[in-house]
Design a protein around this ligand. Structure first.
Ligand SMILES: *Cc1c(COP(=O)(O)O)cnc(C)c1O
Length: 495
């Protein structure tokens, strides 16, 4: 069955998967959504025998129906190879009554690698399929992890360039070092004086600038997006929920057909939306538990039905979740609103007043979701407890999810087996993680001493991504104001 895509704010015009991937964001500012979510028409008993790459093909081929088998398999093969330090690609680790789905075994040790190692290949394949001759320029705003993962994915991929914007004081030292040391002749990194939302809004503005698009086209360039609004990032993320379910069945944690819950540490709402798509494909997922840090816009939304970004932006120790506008939520809003018009109204209210409210009827369709949040103290406590009870060390983002998992079980008494999306390696946030375990022992250490201390504590080998930045030279040092973002893009492209 062919799956076509349309914009959440459009007139109903449809696009093939490869067209939607190429465009990234729809011209009307909306996000591409599939007209129907395809069914997972393959028995779990078969999935349990498959490798990650094989599951990836089964899931992605249902969504990307204009890709040939050969094209898609080639993309998958190039993406999920030795860049990952485990054959399982996304292994499950049972600890303290939950199953941690480790999504951080790729090149940049955070879950963004799961999608960004395949997106460049989906994009260049899409370009070929649609006879695109322009060079593709990826513009991306990052709260820390997307930028590096996108650059690692696109670095030296022919026919592409990538420009990444990050908030100067809004990412961890390791995240910043990872980005500014990025190699590759086609990679560019720019710090902005502002927060992540400023960076994201700036990028969206450039995307919607018709004049600039025309100028680019004349010079042989066109923009695309590696942000989680691109459907080519969402689809690969559906894969690991299906894979996790099959792993749970294989390991005897659940029986075939029984439900599992998932907890997702959430920022832009992309990861949890992928879980929702997996559920809509027919995967037996019970509750989708949305975990926020102190920037708890989503928790308030699930409580009250009112999305309100008018609040203080809090810098936390889980910076990749420090987000007040969760872009991917629009796909869910569109689905429960039932029409482009209604969705458009709400998104207009969001951009003009910073908030919108959904109807009772819409709210009733959110019963698959449960939202809660974890304070900085809650997250630190769970890192310490899990380490002391089991020896397993988790990062600060995963800790938000683990803390919310506890709150969920306490509040509901629901003990359905639960998968926690583990989104970053503790090495990426070593300082905060060690601070949580024993501040008096670790706080005074240098960054590199902490890496060695964590290696001893967690009994996990230091990942290659960390070894790399110990010595790598800084190659990028541009800083600009928010209103200079379009100017720097033109300068980089030489137009
Ligand atoms: C991006 C990110 C998140 C948030 O994921 P969304 O898909 O934006 O909700 C959580 N944890 C880490 C480590 C991340 O990099």
């Amino acid at each position: 069955m062919e799956v076509l895509y349309k914009s959440t704010r459009g007139d109903g015009s449809t696009f093939t998967a490869s067209q939607a991937i190429l465009k990234g964001l729809a011209e009307d500012g909306g996000l591409f959504v599939p007209l129907t979510i395809p069914k997972l028409d393959i028995p779990v008993a078969k999935l349990t025998d498959m490798s990650y790459q094989e599951v990836a093909y089964e899931v992605m081929s249902r969504f990307l129906t204009d890709f040939t088998e050969e094209e898609l398999k080639s993309c998958i093969k190039k993406a999920y190879d030795e860049k990952f330090d485990t054959k399982a690609i996304a292994p499950l680790h049972g600890a303290d009554g939950a199953y941690f789905l480790e999504l951080f075994h790729g090149a940049t040790i955070a879950f963004k690698d799961m999608a960004l190692s395949i997106l460049p290949h989906l994009l260049t394949t899409s370009a070929k399929k649609n006879q695109v001759k322009n060079e593709i320029v990826i513009l991306t705003a990052t709260s820390g992890d997307t930028g590096k993962a996108a650059m690692a994915g696109f670095s030296d991929v022919p026919g592409t360039r990538i420009i990444v914007f990050y908030p100067k004081d809004g990412v961890s030292p390791v995240q910043e070092k990872q980005m500014v040391t990025q190699k590759g002749n086609n990679t560019h990194v720019v710090a902005i004086r502002g927060n992540f939302d400023d960076a994201q809004t700036g990028v969206k503005k450039i995307f919607n600038d018709r004049e600039m698009a025309a100028q680019l086209d004349k010079e042989g360039f066109q923009f695309s997006s590696a942000n989680s609004i691109n459907i080519g990032r969402l689809v690969p993320q559906v894969v690991y929920y299906v894979y996790a379910y099959a792993s749970m069945v294989r390991e005897g944690a659940i029986k075939d057909g029984e439900p599992m819950n998932v907890v997702v540490p959430t920022g832009n709402f992309g990861n949890i939306l992928a879980a929702y798509y997996a559920k809509n494909m027919g995967l037996p997922i019970g509750k989708l538990i949305c975990a926020s840090n102190e920037n708890k816009v989503l928790f308030d939304f699930f409580q009250t039905g009112c999305y309100d970004r008018n609040r203080e932006f809090i810098l936390t120790s889980s910076p990749s979740m420090d987000i007040l506008i969760s872009s991917n939520l629009e796909r869910l809003i569109y689905k429960i609103a039932g029409s482009e018009e209604k969705n458009k109204e709400m998104m207009k209210a969001l951009s003009e007043t910073g908030k919108y409210e959904i109807s009772e009827e819409m709210k009733a369709q959110l019963s698959d979701f449960y939202g809660n949040y974890a304070s900085e103290a809650d997250s630190a406590a769970v890192i310490k407890k899990l380490y002391e009870d089991t020896g397993y060390v988790i990062d600060t983002h995963t800790a938000v999810a683990a803390a919310v998992f506890q709150k969920y079980q306490d509040a509901t008494g629901d003990h359905t087996p639960c998968v926690i999306a583990s989104t970053a390696s503790p090495y990426k946030f070593a300082r905060s993680v060690l601070h949580a375990i024993d501040a008096s022992k670790y706080d005074s250490m240098t960054d590199m001493e902490q890496i060695d201390a964590l290696c001893e504590t967690a009994k996990v080998k230091v990942p290659q991504a960390i070894e790399d930045i110990r010595t790598a030279p800084v190659l990028h040092d541009t800083i600009v104001d928010i209103d200079e973002m379009d100017g720097i893009v033109k300068k980089i492209l030489g137009i």
